[in-house]
Design a protein around this ligand. Structure first.
Ligand code: ATP
Ligand code: MG
Length: 428
C-alpha cells in the first residue's frame, strides 16, 4: 500500500522556476556583503532554549508563543532557532571573536516560528542578516543600514521606506517606562488578558502588539524619543546626519520598538509601501528589521561589546520580485538532438565537453524522434538547436538553428565547426 504525504503546514518547498529568484538573491547577497567586509557564519539550527529566552525576551511573541521547543533524547531543552542574532552572539563569544576589536558577520538560512500563516508569514522562513560588533559609533549603525539599503537596490526592489527610531540607552528606560505605565494604567480594565500580562511584565512591548483595540492608545502614548539621554540623543542625531550625507532617505517612526527585547538606541525597518496600495505582501510589508543591541554580548556572558545588525525576510523579497516579474531566466544555449545507436555516445561526449567549459548545453537522454527532441528544446527555451547525425559526425560541423523565440537569432541557420563551437556559443 502506498501512502502520499504533504509538506508540513507553513513550511514551503522552494522549487524551480522560483528557485532562480532565491539563488539570485543569495548570489547578490554573498557578493555584496563580502564587498562590505562582512564574512559568512553558519550556526546550528538547534540551540539551547535558554539562549532565546534570555536574549529575545520572555514577554515577546517569539518566546511566549512561536518557538519550536522540544526535549531531545539527552533530556535537554532545545529550540529550532527563531532568529539568528542570539546564536551569532553565542558563537562570537564562544569562539573568542569577542576579543577582537571589530567583527562583521552575515548569515543566510532558515528560521522557525510557529505563527498564524498568511501571505509572507511562514513557519519555516529564510533570513539574510548582517551583524557588526565592536563599535558604538554612528557610522557603524549607518554602514549596517546602508548595506541593507544597497542590497534592496541591487536586487531591484523599489518602494521600500526606511523607518527609523531610537530607544535610548538602558539607563534612559526607567523614566520612559514610568510614563508609559501612567499612560496605559487607567485603561487596564479594558485590556485583554494577554495585553494585561504584557503591561505587567514588559510594558514597552505594548507598542508592538497587533491588537486593534489598543491602536488608539498606542497612537497617543508618550514617545521614547522624548526620553533619550544626552548621549543617546547625540548618537541618534549623528545617525540621521550621516544617513542624509549618504543620500539614504528615512522617516522617523516613534513607535518602532521592534519585537525583540535586546534593542538599545537605533532601531529600523524597511517597509514595502507601493504607491496606490497595490501590495503583493498584504500586511507582511516589513522586509527587514534591525537595530543596535549594545548590552546583549555582555548579557550572554561576553565582554562589553556594542553591536548593530539587521535581518531581512527573503521569502517576502522573493514574493516581491516575482510579483514584479523579475525572475532571472536560466535557458540552455544549445540543445543537441541525438541519434540512437553509436552516434549517441559521440553526441553525449560533445555535450559533456561543452558543459565542462561552462556552457549550458542540454540533450534528452531518452533520444527518440527528432520532432520530440525539438519540442523538448522548445520547452526548455533553448536558444539554439542542432542534431548530431552521421553527416555532422563525418564533416565535424553542426547545423544550428536559432529557436523561434522573441530574442531568437535573426540569421536563422548557421554552420559551425565542432572545433570552434565552444567559442561560437560563448560569444552568443
Ligand atoms: P512581524 O512584526 O511582522 O511579526 P517580526 O518583528 O517578528 O515581524 P523580525 O523578527 O524582526 O520580524 O524578523 C525580521 C524579518 O524577517 C521580518 O521583517 C520579515 O521580513 C521576516 N520574517 C519574520 N517572521 C517571518 C515569517 N514568519 N515568515 C516570513 N518572514 C518572516
Ligand atoms: Mg513576528
Amino acid at each position: 500500500m502506498s501512502q502520499k504525504f504533504a509538506a508540513v503546514k507553513g513550511m514551503n518547498d522552494l522549487l524551480p522556476p522560483q528557485i532562480e529568484t532565491w539563488q539570485f538573491l543569495e548570489r547578490t547577497a554573498r557578493e555584496l556583503f563580502g564587498t562590505w567586509g562582512y564574512s559568512e557564519v553558519r550556526t546550528p539550527i538547534l540551540e539551547d532554549t535558554g539562549l532565546f529566552v534570555r536574549s529575545v525576551g520572555e514577554v515577546t511573541d517569539i518566546v511566549s508563543k512561536e518557538m519550536y521547543t522540544f526535549t531531545d533524547k539527552g533530556d535537554r531543552s532545545v529550540t529550532m532557532r527563531p532568529e539568528n542574532t542570539a546564536p551569532a552572539v553565542r558563537a562570537y563569544i564562544e569562539h573568542g571573536f569577542a576579543q577582537q576589536p571589530v567583527t562583521r558577520w552575515y548569515y543566510l538560512g532558515p528560521m522557525f516560528r510557529y505563527e498564524r500563516m498568511k501571505t509572507g508569514r511562514y513557519r519555516q522562513f529564510y533570513q539574510l542578516g548582517a551583524e557588526a560588533y565592536g563599535s558604538q559609533d554612528a557610522s557603524q549603525d549607518v554602514e549596517n543600514i546602508a548595506l541593507a539599503w544597497h542590497f534592496l537596490k541591487a536586487v531591484g526592489v523599489q518602494h521600500v521606506t526606511l523607518h527609523l527610531n531610537s530607544l535610548g540607552d538602558a539607563a534612559d528606560r526607567p523614566k520612559y517606562l514610568e510614563a508609559l505605565k501612567a499612560h496605559f494604567a487607567p485603561h487596564l480594565a479594558t485590556f485583554s488578558d494577554a495585553a494585561k500580562d504584557t503591561f505587567e511584565r514588559n510594558t514597552m512591548r505594548l507598542l508592538d502588539t497587533k491588537e486593534e483595540a489598543l491602536k488608539p492608545l498606542i497612537e497617543s502614548a508618550p514617545r521614547v524619543g522624548d526620553f533619550l539621554g544626552e548621549a543617546a540623543a547625540k548618537h541618534f542625531d549623528e545617525v540621521k546626519a550621516l544617513l542624509t550625507t549618504l543620500g539614504i532617505p528615512f522617516v522617523i517612526d516613534p513607535k518602532l520598538v521592534r519585537g525583540l527585547d535586546y534593542y538599545t538606541r537605533t532601531t529600523f525597518e524597511f517597509i514595502y509601501e507601493p504607491p496606490g496600495g497595490d501590495n503583493a505582501l498584504g500586511t507582511a510589508g516589513t522586509v527587514c528589521g534591525g537595530g543596535r543591541y549594545d548590552n546583549l554580548v555582555k548579557e550572554l556572558g561576553g565582554p562589553e561589546k556594542p553591536a548593530v545588525g539587521f535581518a531581512m525576510g527573503l521569502d517576502r523579497l522573493v514574493l516581491l520580485l516575482e510579483s514584479l516579474g523579475k525572475r532571472p531566466e536560466r535557458r540552455p544555449l544549445l540543445f543537441l538532438a541525438t541519434m540512437d545507436g553509436e552516434l549517441k555516445a559521440h553526441a553525449v561526449k560533445l555535450v559533456t565537453e561543452l558543459r565542462t567549459q561552462g556552457l549550458f548545453v542540454d540533450f534528452d537522454p531518452r533520444g527518440g524522434k527528432i520532432k520530440r527532441q525539438v519540442e523538448r528544446a522548445s520547452t526548455l527555451k533553448a536558444r539554439y538547436f542542432g542534431v548530431y547525425g552521421e553527416q555532422e559526425h563525418q564533416s565535424r560541423t553542426l547545423k544550428l538553428k536559432a529557436m523561434d523565440l522573441p530574442d531568437g537569432d535573426p540569421n536563422k541557420e548557421v554552420q559551425v565547426g565542432l572545433d570552434t563551437l565552444a567559442d561560437w556559443l560563448r560569444a552568443r
